[in-house]
Design a protein around this ligand. Structure first.
Ligand code: FAD
Length: 512
């Protein structure tokens, strides 16, 4: 028998970027919100991305002008509301005449710049980012690492993002607006009751709870169809196309802070992106899969494909043995009937099922990290008839936690005694909330155990107490990427520390 767990206006199923963004927006508009995530926040597709906030230059070839214009506008908004997580980046595209003619790339980049300028939220104005132009690949810094026969290229702007922390930051904001956030809690069943829904939730401890909601958002990512058809028992003709994409992380392949967008001979593009200081991130692939694995893996063939794609351009070839880390994610795309997985629309589709006027469930298919905020606004527009007193849209100018302008604090003098690399790491993760992480820290001794990778006990405690971290991986690969810079025994020490702390720390999930 499930215990009663509370009554909400809105229950959001899924703590990826879309679920967290919707929960934040709804809570800020005055709805009582519960977000349930069966694993950790951002533990699925939203932390396995290419980590770009981008318009998607390649989508212009597929005539996805709506998506590109919206994504470019969102790029500007996210730069403003989360400057600690979203950073401008220049992208270099070497020109290979036999793949795409120069006029075609120039036209695409002209459109990209132009759509970006026109589409800013505040109306027509210049982008915050530098525009595109042609460059010589024979001059530093762009020649470094490339084959000498590559002479000409193009440069344009997009942004990189800490994808997992963007999810977390949205969940933090939702909680600050009063939302309850339940991690490691799965929605196992739901049914319509008088005027709403009753949902059964099961925590990973086995404990079951029943909650009610006036509306549900199904933001289960790759599990969207399973949640809709099997858990909520809603028949639906909409299908999801699951397309796996893999990345490899290798020792840094070239100096400089720019990324490369490399055309491949199958008409796809592959990115090489500076990553975590000493690495280069290479991705991605498009492999259709029939079911979403809990932890998808990059296959040997995908790793070889990525090495081949970059070796067309690199002077020193990369081989699979150079790969230090790889990861894969599954795109939950809306099935538009395209035969080619690379051509399936990356735009999102929102499906509202209200069974002839009864309590609604809205399902999210597809989407990009880049467009999550606008997607959330569209979701709430669709749910507005059920919540006539709900406040209007508000997230376009409101900073995410840590994105608020930094204020001088009395602590900053004390921080000067801390290692600068540690301060940088904390600022990159928490932005202006560094003052919360380092509250009362007066010297390096107050940081507690040094676990390596610029991660100290103090920050781990903060992640456990305020950011829902419960395992070593939550800390090492989502709330930070410190795991990439540690030895196996250092990672093991973090696992043990988190396990011991989680047992003894009171975590406030805000559940009613
Ligand atoms: C390889 C790759 C590269 C990408 N690169 C980019 C990029 O650079 N830029 C960009 O903008 N976009 C990118 N994307 C797209 C972007 O990552 C996805 O569109 C986005 O992360 C999807 O978010 P989501 O919240 O819908 O799904 P998810 O992040 O998958 O979240 C869904 C969550 O629901 C939970 N869940 C499922 N069922 C239940 C249940 N019954 N109860 C409770 N919880 C449940 C899951 O555990 C999961 O955490 C990329 C995608 C891939 C795969």
């Amino acid at each position: 028998m499930a215990e009663a767990g509370g009554n909400y206006d809105l229950v959001v199923i899924g703590g990826g970027i879309n679920g967290a963004g919707i929960a934040r927006d709804a809570a800020g508009r005055g709805l009582s919100v519960l977000l349930v995530e069966k694993n950790d926040l951002a533990s699925a597709t939203s932390s396995w991305s290419s980590k770009l906030i981008h318009g998607g230059l390649r989508y212009l070839e597929q005539y996805e002008f709506r998506l590109v214009a919206e994504a470019l506008a969102e790029r500007e908004i996210l730069l403003n509301i989360a400057p600690h997580l979203v950073k401008p980046m220049r992208f270099v595209m070497p020109h290979v005449p036999e793949l795409r003619p120069r006029w075609m790339i120039r036209t695409g980049l002209f459109l990209y710049d132009h759509l970006g300028r026109r589409a800013t939220a505040a109306g027509p104005r210049d982008s915050l980012l530098a525009g595109s132009h042609g460059i010589s690949l024979r001059q530093p810094p762009f020649n470094a690492g490339l084959k000498p026969e590559l002479s000409h290229g193009f440069i344009y702007s997009d942004c990189r993002v800490d994808d997992a922390r963007l999810v977390l930051t949205n969940a933090l904001s939702a909680a600050e607006w009063g939302a309850a956030i339940l991690v490691r809690t799965e929605c196992i069943a739901g049914k319509r009751i008088d005027g709403g829904w009753e949902l059964r939730l099961r925590a990973n401890t086995g404990k079951e709870t029943a909650v009610t909601a006036r509306a549900i958002v199904n933001a289960s990512g790759p599990w969207v169809k399973q949640t809709l058809n099997e858990r909520l028992r809603q028949p639906s003709g909409d299908n999801v196309r699951l397309v796996k994409g893999s990345h490899i992380v290798v020792p840094r392949l070239y100096p400089g802070e720019h990324a490369f967008i490399l055309q491949n001979d199958d008409r796809r593009v592959v990115f090489m992106i500076p990553y975590q200081g000493s690495y280069t991130l290479v991705g991605t692939t498009d492999i259709p899969v029939s079911a979403a694995a809990e932890i998808p893996q990059a296959s040997v063939e995908e790793i070889e494909y990525l090495c081949r794609a970059v070796n067309r351009y690199l002077q020193q070839p990369v081989v699979p043995q150079d790969v230090l880390w790889s990861y894969a994610g599954v795109r939950p795309l809306y099935d538009d009937g395209s035969a080619n997985p690379s051509a399936v629309t990356r735009d999102y589709t929102l499906r509202l099922d209200d069974d002839a006027g009864s309590a609604p469930v809205l399902s999210v298919f597809g989407g990009k990290i880049t467009t999550y905020r606008k997607l959330a606004e569209h979701v709430l527009e669709k749910l507005a008839p059920w919540f006539p007193d709900m406040k209007s849209a508000w997230t376009d100018t409101s900073p995410l936690p840590g994105g608020e302008p930094a204020t001088e604090t009395e602590l900053s003098a004390a921080w000067q005694t801390l290692p600068p690399a540690v301060i940088d790491a904390i600022v990159n993760r928490h932005g202006s909330r560094i003052s919360h992480v380092l509250l009362n820290v007066k010297s390096a001794a107050d940081l507690g155990t040094d676990f390596g990778g610029n991660l100290y006990a103090r920050e781990i405690d903060y992640m456990i107490e305020h950011e829902w971290a419960q395992t070593g991986d939550d800390v090492l690969y989502r709330r930070s990427k410190a795991g990439l810079h540690m030895t196996a025994s250092q990672r093991q020490a973090v696992d043990s520390y988190v396990a011991a702390r989680v047992g003894g720390v009171e975590q406030n999930h805000g559940m009613r």
